[in-house]
Design a protein around this ligand. Structure first.
Ligand SMILES: [Zn+2]
Length: 484
């Protein structure tokens, strides 16, 4: 039987977080609009005679994104009208870029499904405007133009991905880069970032590109992976049954887990692109492009390499932190304030701290714990003032408190200070051994694993306050003494 391989390309739509819209001075912050149709003007509602004016900040942000994706920035680029009729498009066309986009021919290195590095070619990055929002009611639809004209960046990859995992890895990395650059919040629930997957399949080993389908408006990583996987399976079945895949635009039905045909796919000529007569070509100055280049921050890959070197972390360990710039920054701040090793800080941050964030559904922005106090707590465990378990209790207490509080204060309040007083621990051990003669027999008969169980009893009897290393030493010594 023929083995098939998927061929996936992604188009990523990212709204740019400028203050005003792409071609007018209306606020682009439409999610904070007091009411529908309040952030509007003759330009973004497409009234006759209204003239568009380019948003410089949007050009800057698009250039930053192009540079961070290793693209050539086209010093000469143009705007074009993409004509189609839909009620969310007041002008009857969208101002976009067609044959001369702002950036093209870049690449992004990602890790594929086997964790091997691979390169995805970025075909183009172009600027356009977002559409209005439609709300479909039973017998009518409502239109809100607050979003119409918000700067939108489209990042188009070549169909270089061969697995759903690779597509996910690419999408995740683009999102991280956009967040690093501060040009997009990455909020997929609100549609500020959305994906379109172009999917086809072909016999493994072949280099042909077969008919593809385009799945629109994927608003989460989960939707991206599920919809692509579904579409791959569907197309393979079509070929296996002797059929042909039809080129079309699909929607994704999250509830039923299926793709649905929306319309036959338009080709470029269906949009009757032509140069936008109301905007002159955009001529970028080389020195200006260089000044934007100088604004590029340290991006995830570079940060990852530095973290591996500077903090002696493994690649996976480093990437847990560098996936989010705010988390990477927080880590570095805690390390700089702590006397413990970077490895220790890493394990606290990616362990108990992240568990708290996952369980409570909070993000780093919601966390009020200062790096200094987190560092102080970690150091208290490192210097054995409290046990690791007590450290976790104190950390959760501090995170829940929603205020900055001194960890040593909580230790005092909860009476968690660790005891390394051997007399106190020895007393507890003696009592446990005399209460559990059967377990002592088992140890003497060679069952050494029983030590773990006895350690549990020690922890219980001392309410977790006994220094576990000292306790274990004493316990084993006391047990061994009974051999004679
Ligand atoms: Zn406007």
């Amino acid at each position: 039987m023929t083995q098939y391989e998927p061929v996936i390309g992604l188009e990523i739509h990212a709204e740019l977080q400028t203050r005003s819209k792409m071609f007018c001075s209306c606020s682009a912050d439409y999610s904070n609009a007091p009411e529908p149709n309040t952030f509007i003007c003759p330009v973004c509602t497409g009234l006759p005679g209204a003239m568009p004016v380019l948003n410089k900040k949007a050009i800057e942000q698009a250039t930053l994104v192009g540079l961070s994706l290793n693209c050539s920035i086209n010093e000469f680029n143009t705007f074009a009208r993409k004509n189609y009729f839909y009620p969310d498009l007041p002008k009857g066309y969208q101002i976009s870029q067609y044959d001369l986009p702002i950036a093209s021919k870049g690449w992004l290195d990602i890790l594929d499904d086997t964790d091997s590095p691979m390169r995805v070619v970025v075909r183009r990055v172009h600027l356009e405007e977002d559409t209005a929002k439609l709300a479909h009611e039973k017998n009518y639809a409502l239109v809100d133009f607050n979003r119409a004209g918000v700067p939108l960046l489209e990042i188009v990859s070549e169909p270089d991905m061969r697995t759903v995992e690779a597509a996910l890895s690419y999408a995740t990395k683009i999102r991280a880069i956009l967040r690093y650059l501060g040009v997009n919040s990455g909020d997929m629930e609100k549609g500020i970032l959305r994906f379109e997957a172009n999917v086809s399949v072909r016999p493994r080993g072949s280099s042909e590109l077969r008919t593809r389908t385009e799945i629109k408006n994927l608003n989460s990583f989960r939707a991206l992976t599920r919809a692509s996987a579904y579409e791959i399976e569907r197309q393979i079945k079509v070929y296996e049954n002797g059929g042909e895949v039809v080129q079309e635009t699909l929607g994704w039905d999250e509830a039923h887990g299926v793709t649905i045909s929306q319309r036959g796919k338009e080709d470029a000529h269906d949009y009757r692109y032509f140069p936008e007569p109301d905007l002159p070509p955009l001529q970028l100055d080389r020195n200006w492009i260089n000044s934007i280049k100088n604004q590029l921050p340290e991006l995830p890959d570079a940060k990852n390499r530095r973290f591996m070197e500077q903090y002696e972390l493994k690649r996976r360990e480093a990437s847990l932190l560098t996936a989010e710039k705010s988390l990477a920054d927080y880590f570095e701040e805690v390390v700089s304030k702590s006397k413990s090793s970077a490895k220790t800080v890493h394990s606290w941050l990616t362990g108990e701290f992240m568990r708290y964030m996952n369980d409570s559904g909070q993000t780093l922005e919601d966390i009020t714990l200062s790096a200094a106090q987190f560092a102080q707590l970690i150091d208290m465990v490192t210097d054995k003032s409290i046990s690791g378990n007590s450290g976790k209790v104190v950390l959760n207490e501090m995170l829940n408190a929603k205020r900055n509080c001194d960890p040593s204060q909580i230790v005092k309040e909860k009476n968690l200070a660790q005891v390394s007083d051997t007399g106190f621990i020895q007393e507890a051990i003696e009592k446990i051994l005399s209460d559990n003669p059967r377990e002592v027999e088992q140890f003497l008969a060679g069952k050494e694993t029983i030590v773990q169980w006895l350690m549990g009893q020690v922890a219980r009897a001392t309410k977790g306050k006994a220094d576990p290393n000292i306790a274990k030493d004493l316990l084993v010594k006391t047990l061994e003494a009974r051999r004679k």
